[in-house]
Design a protein around this ligand. Structure first.
Ligand code: CO
Length: 130
């Protein structure tokens, strides 16, 4: 298993970037908005993995609802998989509930899919094809 990134929900993206780059020495590699998901994200390299900082553009989005309900904090972990179709088939065969019925394009330009937190010990889990 390889952790691809950890997703953290924040309400102040600039402050979070500042924290991670100056205190933890992470390197900001990419920042992008996704209107469809109502999300602004910043990606920071942290050794072999990344931190994905997530700020909702609207309250009525998955991350917006998460922030309203739980406040800033750990949102998901992402696991690198070589073949996302196989990973999803294996997860389904094991009885896990997938949020995404089909893989979709992530903000990195690779295919992703989310597994429901109730299937994986309460932690929203993302497959990232690498
Ligand atoms: Co992610």
């Amino acid at each position: 298993m390889r952790i691809h990134h950890v997703g953290v929900a924040v309400d102040d993206l600039d402050a979070a970037i500042q924290l991670y780059t100056t205190i933890f020495g992470a390197e900001l590699t990419h920042r992008a908005s996704n209107e469809k998901d109502g999300l602004e994200a910043a990606f920071l390299r942290a050794g072999d993995a990344e931190v994905e900082l997530l700020k909702p553009l609207r309250e009525d989005t998955p991350v917006g609802k998460f922030l309203t309900k739980r406040g800033p904090g750990l949102h998901h972990i992402a696991v690198a998989v070589p073949d996302i179709d196989q990973a999803m088939a294996d997860a389904r065969a094991a009885g896990l509930e997938l949020i995404d019925a089909e893989p979709r394009m992530g903000m990195h330009g690779t295919r992703i899919a989310f597994v429901h937190p109730k299937s994986v010990g309460g932690v929203l889990t993302e497959f990232v094809e690498t």
